[in-house]
Design a protein around this ligand. Structure first.
Ligand SMILES: Cc1ncc(COP(=O)(O)O)c(C=O)c1O
Length: 412
């Protein structure tokens, strides 16, 4: 054996990805992945100069961003990030448990706990790390984790790290969860995990029904609020706010990379739970602490979320309006009931065709294809943000409908 034999064994895997990229992005005008977008700080427009041979240099209207609250370029958030760098420098001195903690982490965690109605919070380096770390720290061999069929990949990876038995139940189906729990081993801990808002479909988990099923079987309930914080609920505080309950889940967790325009993740819960995670969540213990600029930006954005609830109302109203216009024209938006609106195109190639037609008309809608979504349900993943004015939404709707006609998805 030498290294070249190892590379030969890898070759078929490298070739599989290479073939897939070449088939979907067959010419430069069909590229959708890894485009360096130069985002305008004050508007949802973005520049892609030099990225497409057929592009005339005009800014494009971004309709697939994650920055729901529209705070990515907000002066207050940018200044808070700068102030954090001025005070604490660019990095941290390692992991939180050793020399990596700074007072800003504690401030951010106190704000998260207060705002989200729990005793304490813990900030992770990413939402991915928050899921993997929390699940890995709470469950082990002998336990059972029950996850929704389309839960986020970081939940799936956390389950693998834990070594627990994993069972999937049908998407948003409490009856099926009930049967799965009935059939599961009740000698260990049973943890049910759902996304509050599903990132590719934009529908909401049926929390009260899930809670009732969990209670009947003595199972704990954890939610991932990645696409819910800043998006659902009267105050934008997520799924409990949406269903008008103060405390309906056992473990609430989310990211600081979507509505909150930074990077990082969080978990909120009782002081005992947070203490356990501090000492047992591997991505928290063995990965560098959240960088000062990110903690500063996140803290500022959380304060704006609380003081400017009109941003949340705007997202909710405009998303409902966009969905209604698209549905009226015959476009399918799946199960969406939030800011995330899938434009279902069907085949993977069909989604790429639709994305290209939209871009040529000045709007970016990014395709999501299999295996991220089922093969015949490839889509453009559209997201409405607080930076989209009514006029932006009208423009986008017009472009989506025209492009869908060009691609024969709806009648002309
Ligand atoms: C539902 C969900 N959970 C977790 C994550 C991971 O968050 P982050 O990007 O902050 O690591 C994502 C990211 O896309 C997500 O959609």
């Amino acid at each position: 054996m030498n290294a070249s034999e190892g590379w030969q064994r890898l070759e078929s895997r490298l070739e599989a990805i290479d073939r897939r990229v070449r088939s979907l992005e067959s010419d430069p005008s069909r590229r959708n992945s890894f485009i360096p977008y130069i985002v305008d700080r004050d508007s949802p427009y973005t520049n892609v100069d030099g990225q497409y041979p057929d592009h005339d240099g005009q800014p494009l209207l971004m309709m697939s961003g994650y920055s729901y609250l529209g705070l990515g370029g907000d002066e207050r958030v940018v200044e808070a990030a700068k102030a954090a760098v001025e005070q604490y420098g660019t990095g941290t001195h390692g992991v939180r448990a050793l020399a990596g903690s700074i007072p800003l982490h504690r401030e951010l965690e106190a704000e998260l706990a207060r705002l989200l109605g729990r005793e304490e919070a813990l900030a992770f380096g990413s939402g991915y790390a928050a899921n993997v770390g929390t699940i890995g720290a709470l469950c082990g061999p002998g336990d059972t984790i029950l996850i929704d069929k389309i839960d986020h990949a970081s939940i799936v990876d956390g389950c693998q790290l834990s070594g627990a038995k994993v069972t999937r139940f049908r998407h948003n189906d409490p009856g099926h969860l009930d049967r799965r729990l009935q059939d599961s081993d009740d000698s260990g801990l049973r943890l049910v995990i759902v996304d509050s808002v599903y990132s590719m479909d934009g529908d909401i988990a049926p929390l009260p029904q899930l809670r009732e099923v969990c209670d009947r079987h003595g199972a704990l309930l954890m939610v991932d609020e990645a696409h819910a914080l800043g998006v659902i609920g009267r105050s934008g505080l997520g799924i409990e706010d949406h269903f008008d309950y103060e405390h309906l889940v056992d473990i609430k967790l989310g990211t600081l990379s979507k509505g909150i325009p930074a990077t990082g993740g969080w978990v909120v819960g009782s002081s005992r739970l947070i203490q356990h995670l501090k000492y047992a969540a591997r991505p928290f213990l063995f990965s560098a602490a959240l960088a000062p600029a990110q903690a500063g930006a996140a803290l500022a954005a959380l304060r704006i979320l609380e003081s400017e609830p009109e941003r949340v109302t705007h997202i909710q109203n405009e998303a409902a309006r966009l969905r209604a216009i698209l549905n009226e024209a015959g476009l399918q938006t799946g199960l969406s009931e939030t800011a995330v609106i899938p434009l279902i195109a069907g085949s993977d190639e069909g989604a790429y065709d639709l994305a290209t037609a939209c871009r040529k008309a000045g709007v970016i809608g990014i395709p999501v294809v299999s295996p991220a979504v089922p093969t015949s349900l490839a889509r453009l993943r559209i997201a409405v943000t607080a930076n989209h004015t009514k006029a932006h939404i009208d423009t986008a709707a017009e472009v989506f409908i025209k492009a869908a006609r060009e691609c024969n998805l709806i009648e002309a």
